[in-house]
Ligand binder design. Sequence first.
Ligand code: ASP
Length: 608
Amino acid sequence: MNRTQHCNELRPEHAGQTVTLVGWVHSRRDLGGVLFIDLRDREGRTQTVFDPADLSKEVFETATHLHSESVIQLTGQVRLRPAGTENSKIPTGRVEVLVKELVVLNNAAVLPFPVDDPEVANKVNEELRLQYRYLDLRRPEMIRNLRLRSKVAIATRSYMDGQGFLEVETPTLFKSTPEGAREFLVPNRREAGTFYALPQSPQQFKQILMVSGVERYFQLARCYRDEDLRADRQPEFTQVDIEMSFIDREDIYSLIEGLLKRVWKTALDVDIPTPFRRISFEEALNRWGIDKPDTRFGMELVDFTEDFRASSFKVFSGAIANGGVVKALNAKGLAGATQGQIETMTEYAKSFGAKGLAFIKVENGEWKSPIVKFFSEAEKAALTAKLNIEQGDLILFAADQWLNACEILGKIRLYCADVLKAQGKLVIDPKQFNFLWVIEFPLLGFDREMNRWYSSHHPFTAPVAEDIPLLKTDPKKVRGQHYDIVVNGVELGGGSIRIHQPDVQKTIFEDLLQIPPDETQSRFGYMLEAFKYGAPPHGGIALGFDRLCAILCGTTSIRDVIAFPKTAKGVCLMTESPSPVTARQLRDLHIEVKAAPKKDQPGAPAQA
Ligand code: ASP
C-alpha cells in the first residue's frame, strides 16, 4: 500500500504535503457538518478532517457511516490546526489532514467494548477483554507492553550474545519427572500408555548441555506448570534460562547484574546501581519476614526474645520456653486500624497456626491493649526504645517458632504497607527499584507429614562446600549454593551452582530425598550416566521473563504483558481451549475419558 507515513509522524513542517495514511477509525466527532476522524495505527494517532465542501457527496456519506475500528486508507493534505485547537497530548497534535480520498479497506461491526476509551481496563471486565483479545491489544497501553517486551527480549539476546552465550532450543516434549509442580502430559500415539510431559523448565537439558561442552547456554524458554493458578501465574510462561560452566556464584551475580542494567537502560532509560545488595535467607526472614523482601519501606521486624524471656505475660515467655521467639513490628501511624483490618491480620496469624494476634494501639497518650497490664516497666522501655514508639502507632507481635513468627509478621508488614499506601501515608516512588540477592538458603527443608527431607530449590543444587560433611550429621544446617534475585518484593528468578559429581548427586537423591534407587534410575538415570563422562562444574539461573516485563511496564498482572494469556482457570477465552476432542482422536491415543466436561464450560461441545 502506498502509505507515506505512520500515524505518529506528521508535524507542522509537513504542512502543505499530500500524504496517505492507513489505519483504524479510532474516534469520530461531527462538528457542525464537518467530520473529524482520529486515525490510529500501531504507532499513534492523527486527526483527519472530512469537510463536505471539499469532498464528493458520496465520499462524505461513506465517511459519516464508518463504524469505529473500520480499516481505511485516506489521502489528503496536511495543514496546521487552527490556533486554540491544538492537542499537546499527542505528538501529531499541532496538525491535521484534510481528506481528499477515502478507501474503506474493511468495515468493523459494532464493538463489544470501546477501544478508544483510555479507561477500558478499569471499566470492562477482563474476561470480555480476553475473549476479544485482538481488540484489547489494539489499545495503546497494550501495544506499548508488547513493544517493550519485544525490546527486552532483543536486548537480552544481544547482551547474552556479547557475553559469549549460545542460544540453544531444548525440547518441549520431555519426559515426565513428577516432582514439584504438576505436569501437562502429552499422550504418545505410538505406544499406548506412554506419555511425554511438557517441561517445567529446561533444567536437565541445560545441565546436559554443560556436559556437552557448550559452556554458556541461554534460551528464552517456554515452561509449563499445571498448578492451580494464583493471581499472577500462568500455566505456560517464559523464562530467561541460563547455564554456565567453570564458574562460581560471583560470576552469576555479575552476569545478571549486567543483564538487568542493560535491560533497565534499554526499556526505561534508568541506570540501576550495581552490584546489588546481598542478604542471607536468615537476615531476610529476621528483618522482613519473607525471603523476597521489599526494602523500599521500613517497618522492619524487631526481636524481643531476650526482653520477654522471663515475662509474666505467659503467651510470650511460654513461646520462648518452647524454643520460640518474640518479634514485633511498629506499623507507624496505623493506631486507627479498623476492626476489620485487625481481623484480617489476625487471620494471617491464625493461618500459620497462631492462636491470635497480640497488638497495642498507641492513642491519646495510652497503650491500648489487654496485654499491656502484664508487661513490666523494663519490657515497656525495651519496646519503646527498639520500636521507636510514638503516638498513633500500632505495634503487632508474634510469639512462635522462629520461621512462623517471622512469616506471620512478614505478611502483616506487607498488609500494613498496603493500608498505609491506600491512606496516602506511605508513598513509594514508582521509579525506585530495590534489587537484591537473597543467598544462603538452607539446602533442605523437612516435610513432617512425609517424614523426609525435600530440596528447597531443586535436587541439583550444590551444598556450600564447607557444609558437605553436615549432609550426613545435620542436614538442616547445610546451606545450598542457591541465590534468588528480588526486586521490590518480587522474586524475579533464582538458580544455583549445581552438583556435578554423580556420587554427591546420588546421595542427595537416595539418602536425603529418599527416592528409591530404581526410581532414581528411571527418573534421573540418564543424568547420572552423563555426569560420569566428564561433567564440568557448572551453575545457572532462570529469570521469569513475564514478570520482568510486568515490572518494567509498571503493571501488577503478567497477563498484561502476554499477548494471549489464560484465565486463572487455565482457559483461553478467545479460542475456547482446552476443548473436547473427537472420539477418533481419543481412540488413536488409546485414551478413554471417564468424565465429560460440564456443558456450560467453555470448550464443552456445542451439541449434546
Ligand atoms: N530451573 C530453575 C527454575 O526453573 C532455575 C535454575 O535453577 O536455573 O526455577
